[in-house]
Ligand binder design. Structure first.
Ligand SMILES: Nc1ncnc2c1ncn2[C@@H]1O[C@H](COP(=O)(O)OP(=O)(O)O)[C@@H](O)[C@H]1O
Ligand SMILES: [Mg+2]
Length: 440
């Protein structure tokens, strides 16, 4: 697949003798050594990655790790000291200023954390600003700006001035401005970082919804791990100018590249990131609906289990048949399992269901939960004990008290791991789904 954006051995050193610094860094000298005596700052060191069309690629790192410098090199706002940036196959580092401006207009828009809306212009005019700069006729501008405002749910505010809007709404105007430009690539630099947690969560949801509809290529920068995990198809973790790991949230959690990343992700609620597919097991006995009860009985005997998972045409999961029913079918001389398959005893979930969302299903299932792929085929099963073991592994320090003052909005109003464990082990399903701190 062609990448929407490709970065190869990219460096940015600010200050004097930048080239010399890059040469030293490229020779493998550590950052401090390479910069010694040069009065230079190495903001981005040897970055290489590709972003796929339609992907949300998150760049995460602490303040000062080089995120903004990196993203600004992607649209030519910062000129790289060395390396290559390709947008749709076009090498950006060789473009003349006019060609760069055109590229920013046609291909890449940017949403900042604090971009000033023009206070004396309406929401509509603010949303259509990029189109005005591109000299689009007024009627067309209006139409596209209105459409963008509709996407972010602000159509009715079009004629208001920015000061009538809340902070979250103003940020949505910023998003609308980028959407109105209708570029394939969106760069978002800490776009939601100034918003308070609830509003922020809302606008994250809205971005995900829009993304599902529009399929833009988004490079999203954040210093917030939970935001990164929520939004990113893949995440690049930056430290001191270097990308230290690129992977899915799950990959980064389960296999951190080094101690720095491990520390960074130590506080994440893994049960919200790890998915059914990461813990599921091969089902012991799976039979086609056409199989006879004799075959089923043999399968149960051989696997020493008490339930058969039954599939139909195209291997679609149909339900389960128990030991007792297999016996009954045998007694009655039935030719196959038809008529005995039940969907009652076992819940089925999608392969990308988070462990946290599995608790209730697991508690309500008499037998291992069925995990289905996106075509409804049986991909695996999750016995309750497997879920509990995964849960225990996901919370390395069960004695740690949860931080009540935490602003971690992604876990708010969700059952805590402890509550869920208790619910599972006690078979008390009611606990699951109650809000943290609320009596069950
Ligand atoms: N224009 C500049 N001139 C000199 N140093 C800069 C400039 N922009 C950024 N830096 C330095 O580069 C490093 C990375 O900054 P930045 O890319 O803004 O990081 P982040 O966005 O991750 O906070 C910091 O040490 C910062 O001080
Ligand atoms: Mg920054």
């Amino acid at each position: 697949m062609v990448s929407a954006l490709a970065v190869q051995s990219l460096y940015k050193v600010f200050g004097n003798r930048a080239d010399e610094a890059v040469t030293r860094l490229a020779d493998g000298q550590p950052r401090a050594e390479a910069l010694a005596g040069l009065s230079a700052t190495a903001a981005v060191i040897d970055a290489t990655f590709e972003v796929r069309p339609g992907e949300i690629f998150v760049v995460m790192g602490l303040s000062g790790s080089g995120k903004s410098t990196l993203i600004r090199m992607l649209n030519g706002l910062v000129r790289p000291t060395r390396g290559s940036v390709r947008v749709d196959g076009v090498e950006l580092t060789t473009l003349k200023p006019a060609a760069l401006r055109k590229l920013r207009r046609d291909k890449i828009s940017m949403v900042f954390q604090h971009f000033a809306l023009m206070p004396h212009r309406t929401v509509l005019d603010n949303a259509g600003y990029a189109l005005e700069v591109a000299r689009l006729p007024k009627a067309q501008r209006r139409e596209r700006a209105l459409e963008a405002l509709r996407m972010v749910g602000l159509e009715e505010w079009a004629d208001n001035l920015p000061h009538h809007l809340s902070g979250g709404m103003r940020q949505r105007v910023g998003l609308a401005r980028a959407l109105a430009a209708d570029t394939d690539i969106l760069l978002m630099d800490e776009a939601f970082s100034a918003l308070d947690p609830l509003i922020r969560r809302e606008i994250q949801d809205q971005l995900l919804e829009l993304q599902a509809e529009l399929g833009k290529t988004i490079i999203f920068i954040t210093h917030d791990l939970n935001e990164a995990m929520r939004l990113g198809d893949r995440i690049a973790v930056m430290r001191d100018g270097r990308i230290v790991q690129i992977g899915t949230a799950e990959e980064i959690l389960t296999d951190p590249a080094n101690g720095y990343v491990a520390q960074f992700v130590a506080d994440v609620d893994r049960t919200r990131i790890l998915t059914a597919s990461s813990v599921m097991e091969k089902p012991q006995s799976v039979l086609d609906i056409g199989a006879g009860p004799r075959v089923a009985a043999k399968a149960l005997r051989e696997t020493q289990t008490s339930v058969v998972y039954v599939t139909g045409p195209q291997k679609k999961f149909l339900g389960t048949v128990t030991e007792d029913e297999v016996s009954a079918a045998l007694r009655e001389g039935r030719p196959n399992l038809d008529g005995y398959v039940s969907t009652e005893r076992v819940r089925s979930v999608g392969a990308d269901t988070s462990l946290a969302d599995l608790f209730a299903d697991s508690a309500a299932s008499q037998h291992p939960v069925a995990v289905l792929d996106d075509r409804g085929r049986l991909a695996g099963v999750i016995p309750r004990i497997t879920l509990l073991t995964a849960l225990a592994a996901a919370s390395p320090d069960p004695t740690a008290t949860p931080d009540e003052s935490s602003t971690d909005d992604t876990t708010a109003a969700q059952p805590t791991a402890d509550a869920a464990t208790a619910a599972l082990t006690q078979g008390d399903v009611k606990l699951v789904g109650t809000t943290k701190g609320e009596p069950a």
